[in-house]
Ligand binder design. Sequence first.
Ligand code: UT7
Length: 331
Amino acid sequence: MIVRSQIVGCGSYLPERIVTNDEIATFLDTSDEWITARTGIRQRHIAAEGEYTSDLAFNAADGALRNAGIRACEVDMIVVATTTPDKTFPATATRVQAMLGAEGGPAFDLQAVCTGFIYGLAVADSFIRLGQVDTAIVIGAETMSRLLDWEDRNTCVLFGDGAGAVVLKSNNHHGASGSGGRENLPRGILSTHLHSDGRFGDLLHVDGGPSSTGTVGTLQMSGREVFRHAVANLADVLEEALAANEMTPADIDWVVPHQANKRIIDGTMRKLGLGDDRVIVTIERHANTSAASIPLALDEAVRDGRIQPGQILLMEAMGGGMTWGAGLARW
Ligand code: UT7
């Protein structure tokens, strides 16, 4: 018998306010043409004053629980991947736990910036496979707008706010070995692959924090360098994920990538030799929502019927740290 964590529900939430490229061009030396051509972004959602990461996370988690048909009291563990917590402490996850009415189990934040959702998935999957918990929620939630210098056109046009969540549940497979073709693979997370390289931390960072400056700081990025790392690291980790599962790109039904730049997504798909009809893209409407981008894209494609039970999904992300990672799942 093998234990898998199956994704049994997903949900997402976007703040009401939409800011278009044209609106940004009214107060910054930029244009819709530049932003669209270089990034694929046309608009982003921005949280309202008084609307916090925990509010976004709660709405996404509540939607995921409803979608799964699971009550909050059945949730054993809550992981919030975020780089924009409500407060330095306590963890945003504990606030979400209280809002949901789930009590007693571990609730903690996880910081891997844009790779946070893949890291969160890996952690929850490990807890479930070890038998420490039965049901977990993994949430990616961000209010990136609060970390931006709205006078820096190199960065502020790239990010947006939002949240996405999945519910994972332990699933016992009697006699399933995982071998003998993809139809025999159990549903759930098949593998996760995490990496980081702290030597390149300065390429994408926030220049503040409680222990260094005592301020929140703003996001700083060497865009071209980060782009270069993204292309190389993502290619490596995708190869690693496929090899670990004895798969080729042809086995993948959907690539669900982190949404940082449409050109990075296009490069990844070219590398895999897969067409545009096999990738979930939301960047034009959501921009880069950091840890929230993958579960936001997942939820959209599940709700509109593109992602179907039994299909193989390849998720990948990279971000500040540098961090990068991938996860393969049978839906
Ligand atoms: O989620 C975490 C991972 N993050 C990423 O993966 C982001 C990776 N990097 C990128 O997506 C791209 O590097 C950017 C979209 C950030 C920038 O695109 P680029 O093609 O690498 O442009 P660049 O940085 O080389 O800048 C080209 C020019 C510069 O002008 P000069 O110096 O050539 O005169 C910039 O000042 O474009 C200028 N520029 C802008 N112009 C109009 C930069 N931002 C803007 C802007 N509007 N918003």
